[in-house]
Write a protein that binds this ligand. Structure first.
Ligand code: PMP
Length: 395
């Protein structure tokens, strides 16, 4: 037989059409994508180094600066999901042997702690049960003890449904010569965050939550303190990842003041088109209106849930994450059965917990485009139906 004979036939699945059902994405993300953003992502591809593409990237930078409330020059989008931003933040600010302090009150701190460990850091974990809250005093005490170069906190803890306050923490970090890194993947556009005013040194988010873009891009910003005073420019070792090295990425995004942008990697052109459009919608709507809307619809959802006898997992309503609501699993019910029922009979995604919150919560997300009263009603109706029809387990 000749080497050129194909021995593996075309797979049968590839001869069938693609199936992507319409679904209510009322979990913690991705969220449904509105037609305008889908249309932007369907535009013809241009080259990743064409001048029109650089203009789109410049627009994205402006859009992120508005969404983050920052004037930082080093503001870009990762070619990758939220995890790419998590790794970019840690890889570029931490060198092997350095101390990192991570607040863990759900899965996201756990993940960042692992990422920091993989980059050779000495990681100190400040751990609470899912949905736990860290006082500024506790944070400062841990900082005094461990002298970290980086402190991580999740603003919108989507696995637990908590929205952590950040006021004052940036000042504590400055006092202790530490960078302040905040995750807003699940909260950006849904709850207020002010990167510059709150002295946050590194901030990132994702495209697929309240921004309503498809998954796969992730805005991130570094301030001058991270960049100049904390040696991102002047490292002893190179960052662990070539793809996520901010020296190259900042050039690709035109942030390094050099006259030419040099090829580093091929950015996801369609993903950037869609991200641009999602940031444009946020700019047109306005941050204040977006925050107000998420709060209003969340309050409406809380009332509906409580009216049907369900208990919210985060007792303090002021600390609830408006984009992702966590419901305590009702006594005697099997949460997996309820979620499967809702998917089957209502074509609706809601999810269980994640990491340490598995078995503790069910999660309902109404984000951006989905954040409407009629969607809250649909979610409430589906839950009511599941409560009625899912047999109570023996408990
Ligand atoms: N951080 C938070 C708070 C999140 O909710 C998520 C996504 N669920 C991530 C990080 C990770 O983002 P991605 O799945 O896009 O990598």
């Amino acid at each position: 037989r000749s080497m050129s004979t194909v021995t593996i036939p075309p797979p049968a699945c590839m001869l069938r059409p693609l199936e992507a059902p319409l679904r209510y994405l009322f979990g913690p993300g991705p969220s449904n994508v509105p037609p305008r953003i889908l249309a932007a992502g369907a535009k013809p591809i241009i080259g990743h180094m064409h001048s029109e593409m650089f203009e789109v990237m410049d627009d994205i930078k402006e859009g992120i600066r508005y969404a983050f409330q920052t004037q930082n020059n080093m503001t870009i989008s990762m070619s990758g999901s939220g995890h790419a931003a998590m790794e970019c933040a840690v890889f570029n600010t931490v060198e092997p042997g350095e101390s990192v302090l991570v607040a863990i009150n759900g899965i996201w701190g756990e993940r960042v702690a692992e990422i920091a460990e993989r980059s050779g850091a000495k990681v100190h974990r400040l751990v609470k049960a899912p949905g736990g809250y860290f006082s500024n005093k506790e944070i400062e005490q841990a900082m005094q003890k461990h002298k970290p170069v980086l402190f991580f906190l999740t603003h919108g803890e989507s696995s637990a449904g908590l929205c952590h306050l950040v006021d004052g923490i940036g000042d504590i970090c400055r006092k202790h010569n530490c960078l302040f890194l905040v995750d807003t993947v699940a909260s950006l556009g849904a709850a207020p965050i002010f990167m510059d005013k709150q002295n946050i040194d590194i901030l990132y988010t994702g495209s697929q939550k309240a921004l309503n873009a498809p998954p796969g891009t992730a805005p991130i910003s570094f301030n001058d303190r991270a960049w100049y005073h904390h040696k991102m420019f002047n490292r002893k070792t190179k960052p662990l990842s070539y793809l996520f090295d901010m020296t190259y990425l900042s050039n690709y995004w035109g942030c390094d003041g050099k006259p030419a942008r040099i090829y580093h990697h091929t950015g996801p052109v369609s993903g950037f088109f869609a991200l641009r459009e999602s940031l444009a919608i946020l700019a047109e709507k306005g941050l204040e209106e977006s925050w107000r809307k998420h709060k209003e619809i969340a309050a409406y959802l809380y009332k509906g849930l409580e009216d049907m006898g369900l208990k919210l997992f985060i007792p303090d309503r002021d600390l609830r994450l408006p984009s992702v609501t966590t419901i305590a699993i009702p006594d005697g019910y099997d949460w997996r059965e309820m979620l499967a029922y809702i998917m089957k009979h209502h074509q609706m995604e809601m999810t269980g917990g994640l990491g340490p919150s598995v078995g503790m919560v069910m999660r309902v997300g109404l984000m951006g485009y989905n954040c409407e009263k009629f969607n809250a009603d649909k979610a409430l109706h589906a839950l009511q139906d599941a409560l009625k029809n899912c047999k109570k387990s023996k408990a």
